[in-house]
Design a protein around this ligand. Structure first.
Ligand code: ADP
Length: 228
């Protein structure tokens, strides 16, 4: 049984712009999957459909067997806590320090001070930022900023972590650190779905690769390890 399933999903933006056409694939609990393809292929559209930022024009997106398109509005915050998302441009708050940037994700969900006091050091430890909790974003490298945004996405212990081009704006050394963190999170049981067009990373990691072009899945290969 798949944790995530796209069944014949098509997405049109307006009349002319077809972003996805009849896309079908499933992802099991605990998998690490790369979503690759050129710019404009439809990768971000897939991510947005999964977190219900947009709805499909036709077809069904299932998460834990539920039709994401039919989840009531009031339950969307809960869906988005189960699916953590990391973006290329980090989206951290410049006026908050490292600790506060993670804590705020929990505060908006009304977590107790006790929970915040436990979870924040835990996730900052996971991403290797335990010694930088009081730094502000301007005092961090690109790789550290990306690891901070991963920590924030992990605050709610999501079932799935989606990373949309997480290495797009950082140097190769920092990218390697980010990939180590994603690998570790996956080995602890979280499903990881990473959109990228960095083929050197994809080749090195030896995981399942779903290739999208012109809104269609053109190949789906698993040449590597699977922790599911
Ligand atoms: P990728 O993430 O692979 O670069 P996207 O999912 O962003 O691709 O885009 C897929 C296609 O859909 C592209 O042709 C893009 O121009 C189009 N598209 C994406 N978002 C919109 C939008 N809001 N309105 C119109 N067209 C869009």
């Amino acid at each position: 049984m798949s944790q995530i399933e796209f069944k014949n999903v098509s997405k049109k933006y307006g009349q002319d712009s077809v972003a996805l056409e009849e896309v079908s694939f499933g992802i099991n609990d605990g998998e690490f999957v790369f979503l690759v393809g050129p710019s404009g292929a439809g990768k971000s559209t897939l991510v947005k459909l999964l977190i219900r930022e947009i709805l499909p024009s036709s077809g069904v997106v299932l998460f834990n067997d539920r039709d994401v398109g039919l989840i009531p509005q009031v339950e969307l915050p809960s869906l988005r806590r189960k699916i953590g998302v990391v973006f290329q441009d980090f989206k951290v708050l410049k006026s908050k320090n490292v600790f506060e940037n993670v804590a705020i994700a929990l505060e908006v969900a009304d977590s107790s001070d006790e929970t915040i006091g436990n979870v924040v050091p835990n996730v900052l430890g996971l991403v290797g930022l335990s010694d930088k909790t009081e730094r502000f974003p301007s005092q961090l490298s690109g790789g550290e900023l990306q690891r901070l945004s991963i920590a924030r996405a992990l605050a709610h212990e999501p079932d799935v972590l989606i990373a949309d081009e997480p290495t797009g704006m950082i140097d190769p050394g920092s990218s390697a650190e980010v990939m180590q963190v994603l690998d570790k999170i996956n080995s602890l049981g979280t499903t990881v779905l990473m959109a990228t067009h960095d083929f050197s990373i994809v080749d090195r990691m030896k995981r399942r690769v779903i290739r999208v072009e012109n809104g269609r899945v053109i190949s789906d290969k698993n040449e590597g390890k699977y922790n599911g």
